[in-house]
Design a protein around this ligand. Structure first.
Ligand code: GSY
Length: 166
C-alpha cells in the first residue's frame, strides 16, 4: 500500500458539493481508501483569471493501485461527475490531480509526480499544508513554500461563508 495525495478543484455549479461527490466516488474505487481530507478553500482563479472562483481541497489516499491505474481512476471520477474538457485553463466542474505517490518521482507523458507546478500554486499548497505542512519537496517544506507565495486571495470556505453572513 502507498499513500498518495490528490488535489481537487471545482468552479462550476455546486463547487463544494462537486468535491464531496468526487471524494465519495474516489473512496468507492476498489484499491483506494480515502484517509484524510483538507479543509475546503475558496481560491481566486489562477491562469485564466476571467472565470469564477474555485473551491480547492486535497485528500490523501491509501492505495494498492499503481500510479497509472490511480490516474485512470481519477479521470474516471471526473468523467462520472460529468466533466467536459473544454479550454486548457478554463472553468471546470471537477479536476483531480495526483500530487504525490509515496516517495516516487515520475516524469512521463501525461503523468508527472510530484506534480511539477504544485510548489508554485497557493491553491494547492494551502490545502496540502492542512494535511502535511512539514513535508519537503525539492528541499522545501510545504508550509514554507506557501508562506513564500502568500495566500492573500485564498481562505478556508467556512471563513468565506461567515464573512458573507451565510
Ligand atoms: O488544475 C488546476 C485547475 N485550476 C485552478 C484551480 O484548481 N484553482 C484555482 N484557484 N485556479 C485554477 N486555475 C486552474 S487552471
Amino acid at each position: 500500500m502507498v499513500e498518495a495525495a490528490i488535489a481537487l478543484g471545482s468552479n462550476i455549479g455546486d463547487k463544494a458539493g462537486n468535491l464531496d461527490r468526487a471524494i465519495a466516488a474516489l473512496g468507492r474505487v476498489p484499491g483506494v481508501r480515502v484517509t484524510a481530507r483538507s479543509r475546503y478553500w475558496r481560491t481566486a482563479p489562477w491562469g485564466f483569471t476571467e472565470q469564477d472562483w474555485f473551491v480547492n481541497a486535497v485528500v490523501t489516499v491509501e492505495t494498492g493501485l499503481d500510479p497509472r491505474a490511480l490516474l485512470a481512476a481519477c479521470l474516471a471520477v471526473e468523467e462520472k461527475l460529468g466533466r467536459v474538457r473544454d479550454r486548457r485553463w478554463g472553468p471546470r466542474l471537477i479536476d483531480l490531480d495526483i500530487l504525490l505517490y509515496g516517495e516516487l518521482s515520475i516524469d512521463e507523458p501525461g503523468l508527472a509526480i510530484p506534480h511539477p507546478r504544485m510548489m508554485e500554486r497557493a491553491f494547492v499548497l494551502a490545502p496540502l499544508a492542512d494535511l502535511m505542512p512539514e513535508l519537503r519537496i525539492g528541499g522545501v517544506a510545504v508550509a514554507e513554500a506557501l508562506a513564500r507565495l502568500g495566500a492573500d486571495d485564498i481562505e478556508p470556505i467556512d471563513a468565506a461563508l461567515a464573512a458573507a453572513g451565510e
